[in-house]
Design a protein around this ligand. Structure first.
Ligand code: S3P
Length: 440
């Protein structure tokens, strides 16, 4: 099992790019597979999560040629998917599993979806329940709460659904099901979750309307859509590790090029700025309906901040690395309304609290968040202690966050079981090493 060791003592400097956005890559593979003709996806995510979605569509009869920089997807049109000959393995990906469940519920064939040990623990009832209201026939462990899921494709009908959670996976699962359903699907959520599906529907000309707080989708469109080329923006959630790293390691100056800055994703920018971080947004532009920019970050001393429920959806994947920033800041950071963190790749409230405490942080766990008393003093960031026993808990974002935290320590930090980093950020170690030698 892989491990990762970081040796502190140097600033981070240079210019880098990060992998293509994971959320956007999943959606691009799905919509181009359903398009007529060829699409080329450049700068796509080559993380295992998206490669599993690519393999899923290959198993569903779509020809996809994989090159390191470009994915050629030969879409077969709206009804072009075919039954897979074996169960589909979504690996570690909640997005892949939940989006495919919705999409496949309305096909005219049978599918089994499964994933790794973490996926088989994560709640699937949040999509299975509303999909069953649409007529879906889905069986699974614990009454359909847990994968593997067996989906007997059938004719669905649109519903009016108010989700109890702000979840882009729930929203997108129902939108993909709604696309193949009779009639209209209406969806609303307690707070706006990431809107990549809505933007990509618009990019392909699929008619999805926003009426006040409700998304309205007419199922079974009479005309489909054609393949298009998409340049996938860099993943803000991957950039996040270096935004925090360069902020907390003194003397750092890092530029991250071509990063997606969709406002439903960039809560961390607001939170870090409120804490005192120095981040510049340069060269704003648009790429396939998504805003993109270069981000320049220089080190700064941080102060604690309160992060409440209204900021959770747009910051949801950044809490592990935000905990690191809070742990070295001056003063207290409180995170509340973030119970969703308990059902991510790991229970991130528990795993980050345990691992950062082992590195000297002062953290109190709450059911819906945590209180972090920062180690910083009067205008100066504090330091975590190096550890040789950091554990990822099989969670890529925990692994990368601990590596960044280790850069503030006086001694090296080793983290075990870091193979999971490949789910979202293959070569994270190389990118970090390049910044540490200033030669990126
Ligand atoms: C994602 C949605 C979020 C996020 C995940 C990716 C997506 O999950 O945490 O990493 O691509 O739709 P939830 O929908 O469960 O909040």
């Amino acid at each position: 099992m892989a491990s990762l060791t970081v040796t502190p003592g140097r600033a981070l400097s240079g210019a880098i790019t990060v992998p293509g956005d994971k959320s956007i890559t999943h959606r691009a593979i799905i919509l181009t597979s359903l398009a007529e003709g060829e699409s080329r996806l450049s700068s796509y995510s080559r993380g295992e999560d998206c490669l599993n979605t690519m393999r899923a569509f290959q198993a569903l009869g779509i020809r996809i040629e994989e090159q390191p920089d470009v994915l050629h997807v030969h879409g077969k049109g709206f009804w072009g998917l075919q039954e897979a000959g074996a169960p589909i393995d979504c690996g570690n990906s909640g997005t892949g599993t939940r989006l495919l469940t919705g999409l496949l519920a309305g096909q005219d064939f049978f599918t089994i979806l499964t994933g790794d040990e973490s996926i088989r623990r994560r709640p699937m009832g949040r999509v299975v329940k509303p999909l069953r209201e649409m007529g879906a026939i889905i069986a699974g462990r614990k009454g359909g709460e847990l994968a593997p899921l067996a989906i007997t494709g059938t004719r669905l009908h649109g519903i009016d659904y108010t989700s109890p959670v702000a979840s882009a996976q729930v929203k997108s699962s129902l939108l993909f099901a709604g696309l193949f359903a009779d009639g209209v699907t209406r969806f609303r959520e307690p707070r706006l979750s990431r809107d990549h599906t809505e933007r990509m529907f618009q990019f392909f000309g699929i008619s999805l309307r926003q009426e006040a707080d409700t998304l309205v989708l007419q199922g079974r469109p009479s005309v489909g859509w054609t393949g298009r080329d998409i340049v996938i923006p860099g993943d803000f959630s991957a950039a996040a590790f270096f935004l925090v790293g360069a902020t907390i390691v003194p003397g750092s100056d890092v530029t991250i090029r071509n990063v997606g800055i969709n406002p439903t994703r960039t809560g961390l920018l607001d939170v870090l700025t409120a804490m005192g971080a120095k981040i510049q947004i340069l060269n704003r532009r648009d790429q396939a309906g998504e805003p993109v920019a270069d981000l320049r970050v220089t080190s700064a001393s941080l102060k604690g901040v309160a992060v409440g429920p209204e900021r959770i959806p747009q910051t949801i994947d950044e809490f592990p690395i935000l905990c690191v920033a809070a742990a070295v800041a001056e003063g207290e950071t409180t995170i509340s309304g973030a119970e969703e963190l308990r059902v991510k790749e790991s229970d991130r409230i528990a795993t980050m609290s345990a691992e950062l405490r082992a590195m000297g942080a002062q953290i109190t766990e709450k059911p819906d968040g945590m209180v972090i008393r920062g180690l910083g003093r009067a205008g100066q960031n504090g330091h975590l202690n190096g550890t040789t026993q950091g554990r990822s808990h099989g969670d890529h974002r925990v692994a990368m966050s601990l590596a960044i935290g280790g850069l503030t320590a006086a001694t090296p930090t080793s983290i075990e079981d870091t193979g999971c980093v490949d789910t979202s950020f293959p070569h994270f170690d190389r990118t970090l090493a390049a910044l540490l030698t200033g030669g990126a």
